[in-house]
Design a protein around this ligand. Structure first.
Ligand code: ZN
Length: 430
């Protein structure tokens, strides 16, 4: 364990620590962030009265829209001179969300990641290849500094490379641990076949996958294809990036770094807190973040808190795997993915809930993938350039996140609804 004292802290002690850190966070945000002062006042919240974890539910939620409304620096809780790093979400339309980190935030972030990497089995003997995009996105940088802190040899290969080049780096540098999106790992597996490289010719022991929804079925496919153990990691840009929660070697839920976050599950409709074991929306409160604290942030992700102790000995609560929960896996050119992963990419592209259809066919022995997406009338009335850009963004993101080349067809509103309410999202013509 990277930090045994903290990671195995008795619950009572841990919860006391959380309350203390929560109180100091509340004081800071009330003083330094206009949004929180107004929001607490509007809900008649007196932060002096928040004296237990149970009182948390008295505090109003913070939403993605609130963060967008404060773009770029409205939610920062320290003077900008104390900010040493800025990341942002990839809002293509509408405003993105910018987040800032102080030196302390970066130190804490590295430790959070180091713990989770160690929980999955990473040590200073490992070569860890990071196939995430090094960009405004937090994924690559978060894992990078956490793995370095742990003492592993970091290979910052990035995901912008051709997959064949990625594989050659993996082979030549004797990479033992791969970090990527699950779709990218599947793409590596299918390219290995094409390059006639057997997975056992590589030195890979395990992989840590995140940044896209996946599930047990995808896990077992990746494990079989690459002959590795596959672990799940969870984090979102706004919260901190990777490092919020991750699996230990038991693979039975993701431990939340609870000395930095308080996690809740709520009913997404009523906003009521749900008991452990019940599925709802994950809500996180940061309790150590200096630059960009978040109080009861609604993530939009569905999960539940797992009851009971984990046999690894950590006392941190575990959450269920977040993401693809349906069994409608699609396999194209040996790469498996879920409609929800396409939906996720489309949401990034248009910032609204997309209506789309996935059509798979086989032409001359080759699988083809066509993603048909409805776009708004106004966009059609707009310049052609914007449509071309949107198409390119969607196909490039599908290629970089899932490793599949897709044809993207933009269609007018209502076009995909002609078959009625139960119109199929996936059509297989093979
Ligand atoms: Zn565990």
């Amino acid at each position: 364990m990277y930090n045994e004292k903290i990671e195995t802290m008795p619950r009572e002690e841990l919860e006391q620590l959380q309350v203390e850190k929560l109180q100091s966070t509340l004081n800071r945000v009330y003083r330094n962030v206009e949004f929180y002062k107004k929001n607490f006042d509007a809900h008649s919240v007196n932060i002096e009265n928040i004296s237990s974890l149970n009182d948390l539910k008295e505090l109003p939620f913070t939403t993605k829209e609130d963060l967008r409304g404060a773009y770029p620096y409205g939610m920062f809780a320290v003077p900008l001179r104390d900010i040493v790093r800025i990341h942002s979400s990839t809002g293509r339309t509408g405003k993105p969300i910018a987040t800032g980190y102080t030196r302390n935030d970066l130190k804490n972030w590295s430790e959070m990641v180091a713990r989770l990497m160690a929980a999955a089995g990473l040590s200073d003997n490992d070569f860890i290849q990071i196939a995430f995009d090094y960009s405004m996105f937090t994924g690559a940088f978060g894992i990078h500094y956490g793995a370095e802190k742990l003492g592993a040899s970091v290979i910052p290969s990035s995901s912008s490379k051709k997959i064949q080049e990625q594989i050659l780096i993996m082979k030549d540098y004797k990479t033992t641990v791969l970090v990527s999106s699950p779709g990218y790992a599947s793409a590596i597996a299918s390219n290995l076949k094409e390059m006639d490289i057997h997975p056992d010719e590589l030195n890979l022991k395990f992989g840590i996958f995140g940044a896209a929804p996946w599930n047990e079925k995808i896990r077992s496919t990746i494990e079989e294809q690459l002959h590795i153990n596959a672990y799940n990691t969870y984090g979102i840009n706004t919260l901190v990036g990777p490092g919020a929660a991750g699996e230990c070697e038991e693979k039975c839920g993701l431990h939340v770094n609870e000395d930095h976050f308080i996690v809740e599950v709520i009913d997404p409709e009523s906003g009521e807190s749900l008991p452990h074991g019940e599925e709802g929306e994950l809500v996180f409160t940061t309790i150590t973040r200096e630059g960009f604290p978040l109080i009861r942030y609604r993530t939009g992700d569905l999960s539940s808190i797992i009851e009971g102790k984990c046999s690894c000995g950590r006392t941190f609560l575990r959450i269920q795997h977040v993401g693809a929960r349906t069994d409608d896996m699609i396999v194209v050119k040996g790469i498996s993915f879920f409609p929800i992963q396409i939906e996720d990419i489309l949401k990034k592209a248009q910032d609204t809930k997309p209506r789309f259809r996935i059509v798979v066919d086989n032409v001359d022995g080759n699988d083809t993938l066509d993603v048909q997406v409805e776009v708004s009338d106004s966009l059609f009335a707009d310049e052609v350039k914007k449509l071309v850009e949107l198409k390119a963004f969607i196909s490039n993101t599908i290629l970089s996140e899932l490793g599949i080349s897709a044809k993207v067809t933009l269609v007018e509103p209502e076009t995909l609804r002609t078959e009625g309410k139960n119109a199929k999202v996936f059509i297989d013509n093979r």
